[in-house]
Design a binder for this molecule. Sequence first.
Ligand SMILES: Nc1ncnc2c1ncn2[C@@H]1O[C@H](COP(=O)(O)OP(=O)(O)OP(=O)(O)O)[C@@H](O)[C@H]1O
Length: 308
Amino acid sequence: MGSGGALEIAGLVKRFGRKTAVDGLGLSVPYGTVTALLGPNGAGKTTTVETCEGYLRPDGGTVRVLGLDPVADASRLRPRIGVMLQSGGVYSGARAEEMLTHMAGLYANPLDVDTLVEALGLDGCGRTPYRRLSGGQKQRLSLAMAVVGRPELVFLDEPTAGLDPQARRATWDIVGALRSDGVTVVLTTHHMDEAEELADDVVIVDAGRIVAQGTPDALCRGGAENSLRFTGRPGLDLASLLKALPDDSAAAELVPGGYRVTGTVDPQLLATVTSWCAQNGVMPDRISVERRTLEDVFLELTGKELRS
Ligand SMILES: Nc1ncnc2c1ncn2[C@@H]1O[C@H](COP(=O)(O)OP(=O)(O)OP(=O)(O)O)[C@@H](O)[C@H]1O
């Protein structure tokens, strides 16, 4: 195994012309864990993952995958890692099951192809040429190809983007099974629920850097335990609302017309907010008391919604 984690990134820099896509990113992923990279579009997640896979050469910093250099040691590393590209990869007109069987044949101790095909709901399309598969089927086949060789570490770039709920669940089950088998998984996602469900560690990336990292629980505990949210017309006078609230309160307009009050969220605070709304002619169409979610953490740190 070597010292350190399954994946060790230090001071990674990757530029495309004048654009710095990854800007001094450092990350250590312990063996046998699932790590989710979350970030807005263009944050640098794919660039980071493709550098780890050896498809891109870093402009600065170091990357070690299973203790090896993904570019210099590519031939030693390839049989030990699984890669699912965002694009699904480029394949010929071969039939889905043939491709998977061929792939399995390249490894010493592959998974059983039939079991994998069934687990991913691909049993109906084993004889279909790749180019005739639907987008979701291509994606599931790409996942199957990434894991069939029993890799020690798997990179999954947006594995569930565009999948229906059933296919998404099947993908989650595969990731859960990988984890149970001690496989290290690094995935990117735009889905908070996916990160919460699957990941031991969530890494929030923005503008090529890590802005926060931790278990989903720890990240959510970072601020107030509870918050009161309401929607109303955009641009309410929050200074006036704050005057009515206890000193330990804070209020923010997270998105136009979407407000959050934090502090000691109790019945008294709820009454104060609704009475302030009444005095100011504001009809809150939705009002709720919520635990801080990963979505909140993400928005606070990046100022962006996950799906833009
Ligand atoms: N081959 C390339 N040539 C030029 N610019 C690139 C290239 N690949 C990525 N970029 C730029 O680098 C930045 C980071 O892109 P990247 O694809 O890594 O982000 P991402 O976090 O994966 O985004 P998304 O969630 O949209 O997939 C973006 O500004 C992107 O336009």
